[in-house]
Design a binder for this molecule. Structure first.
Ligand code: GDP
Ligand code: MG
Length: 669
C-alpha cells in the first residue's frame, strides 16, 4: 500500500481519473480551477492511497490552490506520482512532466483523452514516448475507463522496483550550467528532494532554495558567476526563459518523434469555429442570455411543472390519505396525524415537489459545464466585468454560486490577490444558489403563472446585477488598487458523455434529497412544534398564540415596508438562515396547506404579486445559509469579515426589496 499523488495541468482529467480509480464522485468540470483542495481516496485495485490535487502548469505556483498542489508534491513525499497529461495538448502538458522527472520519484505518465486524440485522426506512440522519457507511459481515456488498471500495474511496478526516472539531457550549455551548479552545492543535509532538482531551481533563480540548502555567501557568488556565464550563451539573456526554452526544445524533439498530430491541430478546429460565433463581440452576450432563458423556460415550463404536479399528486392524493387511514386505524392521538401531515409531509413533501425543477436545472448546467460553454461564459463576462473595473477571475466562483454558495466561496482560492479574493467572497452570496430555487418556484408558480421562467430568470439576473454594482462600489471604496490580469484558458468543446452528465446531476440531486431527509425534516418538525406550543409550553391550536406567533410578531413590523409584514413571513425568513429550502417548508407548515390550490388561496390573501416579488428578492439577497456563513468565516479568516459580509447582505436585501415594493406600489394597485 503506497501513497500516490495525481499531478497534472488543470483540466487534464485528474479528477475524472481519480473518480475511476477510487470509485468516488468528486466534482468534474470542463474548465481550469474546479479542484481547489487535495482529496484522497483508496484505489479500488491494490488499496493504495491516491491524492487528487488542483491542477498546476509548473512547480512554480501562483495562486493558492496551485501552492496546495506544489507543496504536496514537494513536501509530503508521496511514494509515487501519476502524471496525467492531456494528449490533445501534449507539448504544454509535458512541461510539467519535465519538472516532475527532475524530482527523481517513481513516476508513471498517463496520456489522457486518447479518445479525442484518435477521433481527430492523431496518435501517440506511447511505447516510443516511454523510451524517450524513461518512464512508463500509459495511453488512457479516464472518462471511458480505458486502460485504467494498467496505470496501477505500472505504478506498483515502479514503486516495488524503485524505478526512478533517468535525468533529462537538455542542450549542451544548459546541461553544463546545471552540472556546475550541482558541483557547488554542498550535499550534506538530508532532504526530501534530490540535489539535481535544487540545482535546476538555483539556475532558474528560485528565491527559497538558498535558504533550504543554507548556502553561504561564497557559494552564492560562485553560482552567480555560473548564471552570468550561462546567460551569455543565449540571446534571451534571461535564466528563467532559457531554462524554459531548454525544456521546450527537449519536448518538441520528443513530440516530433512520438506523436502524430491529428487534423484538428493544423486547421481551425470545430472548437475555434464555434467560438467565432459564441464569443463574438456582439453576439456573445445575447447568446448567453438566450441560453439562460432557454434553460429557465424548460425548467419552469410545462416539462418541469408536469413532473412537479405528479409528485404533488403522490403526496396529496396518495400518501396523505394513506397516513390518515393508518393513524385512524391504530387509534393514534390526533396530534400525531397533525404532526405527520401538517408538519412532516407538508414540509418535506412540499420541498420534494421541486425536485424536477432542480433536476432539470442541474442537468442543463452540467451540460453547459461539461461541453465547455461555461468557461466561455466566464470569458465573455470577463470582458464585460473589466469595463466595470472588476477582474474576470471573480466570475468563475460567481458562476459556481448558482450551485452552492459554500463551494463557490471555496472556489475563490484560485484568486491570487488577497483583496480580490475577499471582494469575490463578499459578492458570491448574491448569486442565487440552488437552494433558493424552491422559493422562486413556489411564488412564481402561484403569482406569475404566465411568466414563471422569466420571473425566475429575473431573480438570477437581479442577483448578478446586484453583485456587479456592489462590486463596483466596493472596488471604488474599500478595495482600491489594480486587479491581477485574468488569463483564462478556454478548454476545447467536448461532447458531454451521457453517463458522466447523469452522474454529475445525480450527485447534486442527492445532496438535495439528503438535505430534505435530514435538515428539512428536522426543521419541519421543529417548526411544527414551535407553531403548536405556546411560550409556556402548552399545546395550542391557535398558531397566533404559539412561540412562533410571538417571535414572528416581534420581527414582522420590520418587513412591513417591504410588503410582507406577516409573522409567518418573518419566521420563514428566520428559518431560512439554517437552509434556504426551509423558507418554503416553513411557509407550507405554517399555512398547513395540503395541496397547492389550498395554499394558493391562503397565500393570495396574504401576498400580492408585488409583495411576492419583493419577498423573492429579499430571499435572493439576504444572508446565505449557516454553512455558507461558516465557510465565509473560515476562508476570510476572521469574524469581522464574516459579520461584515452578513450585515452588508441584509442591508442590501432590505434596501432593494423595499425599493421594489415602494416604487412598485406607486404604479400597481
Ligand atoms: P481536472 O481539472 O484535471 O481534475 O480535470 P477533470 O477531471 O475535471 O476533467 C476535465 C474535463 O475533461 C471534463 O469535462 C471531463 O469530462 C473531461 N475528460 C476527462 N477525461 C477525459 C477523457 O478521457 N476523454 C475526454 N474526451 N474527455 C475527458
Ligand atoms: Mg480536478
Amino acid at each position: 500500500m503506497s501513497v500516490i499523488a495525481l499531478v497534472g495541468n488543470p483540466n487534464s482529467g485528474k479528477t475524472t481519473l481519480f473518480n475511476s480509480l477510487t470509485g468516488s464522485n468528486q466534482y468534474v468540470g470542463n474548465w481550469a480551477g474546479v479542484t481547489v483542495e487535495k482529496k484522497s481516496g483508496k484505489t479500488l485495485v491494490g488499496n493504495h492511497d491516491i491524492v487528487d490535487l488542483p491542477g498546476i502548469y509548473s512547480l512554480a505556483p501562483y495562486s493558492m490552490e496551485e501552492r496546495i498542489a506544489r507543496d504536496y508534491v514537494l513536501n509530503h513525499n508521496p511514494d509515487a506520482i501519476i502524471n496525467i497529461i492531456d494528449g490533445t495538448n501534449i507539448e504544454r502538458n509535458l512541461y510539467l512532466t519535465c519538472q516532475l522527472i527532475e524530482l527523481n520519484k517513481p513516476m508513471v505518465l498517463a496520456v489522457n483523452m486518447m479518445d479525442d486524440v484518435k477521433s481527430s485522426g492523431g496518435n501517440i506512440d506511447c511505447i516510443y514516448l516511454s523510451q524517450l522519457l524513461g518512464i512508463p507511459v500509459v495511453p488512457v481515456s479516464a472518462r471511458r475507463n480505458d486502460n485504467i488498471s494498467k496505470i496501477i500495474e505500472d505504478i506498483e511496478d515502479v514503486i516495488a522496483n524503485k524505478k526512478i526516472p533517468p535525468e533529462i539531457n537538455y542542450d549542451h550549455n544548459t546541461q553544463n550550467a546545471l552540472n556546475e551548479v550541482y558541483s557547488v552545492i554542498v550535499r550534506n543535509c538530508e532532504l526530501n528532494l534530490p540535489y539535481s532538482y535544487y540545482a535546476s531551481k538555483l539556475l532558474e533563480g528560485d528565491g527559497e532554495v538558498p535558504g533550504i540548502l543554507k548556502l553561504n555567501k561564497e557559494k552564492l557568488d560562485r553560482i552567480e558567476q555560473i548564471v552570468v556565464k550561462y546567460e551569455k550563451t543565449s540571446s534571451y539573456g534571461d535564466r528563467e526563459a532559457m531554462l524554459a526554452d531548454a525544456r521546450y526544445r527537449f519536448i518538441s524533439e520528443v513530440v516530433k518523434k512520438a506523436v502524430i498530430k491529428g487534423k484538428s491541430d493544423k486547421k481551425m478546429t470545430t472548437s475555434d469555429k464555434i467560438d467565432l460565433v459564441v464569443t463574438n463581440r456582439l453576439l456573445a452576450f445575447p447568446i448567453f442570455l438566450l441560453v439562460l432563458f432557454g434553460i429557465f423556460s424548460l425548467t419552469f415550463g410545462p416539462v418541469g411543472t408536469f413532473f412537479s404536479d405528479l409528485i404533488d399528486v403522490f403526496f396529496t392524493n396518495i400518501l396523505t390519505p394513506f397516513v390518515e387511514k393508518v393513524l385512524y386505524a391504530s387509534n393514534a392521538p390526533e396530534w400525531t396525524s397533525n404532526l405527520l401531515i401538517n408538519g412532516v409531509i407538508s414540509g418535506v413533501g412540499g420541498i420534494l415537489t421541486f425536485l424536477p425543477q432542480i433536476v432539470l436545472l442541474f442537468l442543463c448546467l452540467t451540460l453547459l459545464e461539461d461541453s465547455g460553454y461555461m468557461a466561455r461564459a466566464a470569458f465573455i463576462t470577463d470582458k464585460f466585468l473589466r469595463k466595470l473595473g472588476l477582474s474576470g477571475k471573480s466570475f468563475i466562483p460567481m458562476l459556481m454560486g448558482f450551485g452552492c454558495t459554500t463551494t463557490a466561496v471555496m472556489a475563490t482560492r484560485t484568486t491570487e490577490n488577497v483583496n480580490e479574493r475577499r471582494l469575490t467572497i463578499l459578492l458570491v452570496p448574491f448569486m442565487s444558489c440552488s437552494a433558493k430555487l424552491p422559493i422562486y418556484a413556489l411564488f412564481a408558480g402561484l403569482f406569475f403563472k404566465e411568466n414563471q421562467g422569466l420571473v425566475v430568470l429575473s431573480m438570477y439576473l437581479i442577483g448578478f446585477m446586484v453583485a456587479i454594482i456592489s462590486g463596483l462600489i466596493l472596488h471604488k471604496t474599500m478595495f482600491k488598487g489594480n486587479m491581477a490580469p485574468f488569463i483564462m484558458e478556454l478548454p476545447a468543446y467536448r461532447m458531454p458523455v451521457l453517463s458522466a452528465v447523469i452522474k454529475n446531476t445525480w450527485q447534486k440531486c442527492k445532496d438535495f434529497l439528503v438535505k430534505a431527509g435530514t435538515i428539512i425534516f428536522a426543521m419541519s418538525v421543529l417548526i411544527w412544534l414551535l407553531q403548536n406550543f405556546t411560550p409556556s409550553l402548552q399545546m395550542t391550536a391557535d398558531s397566533n398564540e404559539s412561540i412562533f406567533g410571538y417571535v414572528g410578531r416581534m420581527i414582522a413590523p420590520i418587513f412591513i415596508p417591504l410588503g410582507f409584514g406577516t409573522w409567518q413571513a418573518g419566521v420563514s425568513i428566520l428559518s431560512g438562515l439554517v437552509a434556504k429550502e426551509a423558507v418554503v417548508s416553513s411557509m407550507l407548515v405554517l399555512y398547513s396547506a395540503t395541496n397547492e390550490e389550498q395554499l394558493m388561496t391562503i397565500l393570495s390573501g396574504v401576498f400580492t404579486p408585488l409583495s411576492a416579488f419583493s419577498f423573492m428578492v429579499f430571499c435572493l439577497l439576504y444572508v446565505p445559509c449557516i454553512s455558507a456563513f461558516a465557510t465565509i468565516k473560515r476562508e476570510m479568516g476572521s469574524w469581522k469579515w464574516a459579520l461584515g459580509s452578513a450585515i452588508m447582505q441584509i442591508s442590501v436585501a432590505y434596501l432593494i426589496s423595499m425599493s421594489i415594493y415602494q416604487i412598485g406600489s406607486l404604479f400597481i394597485r
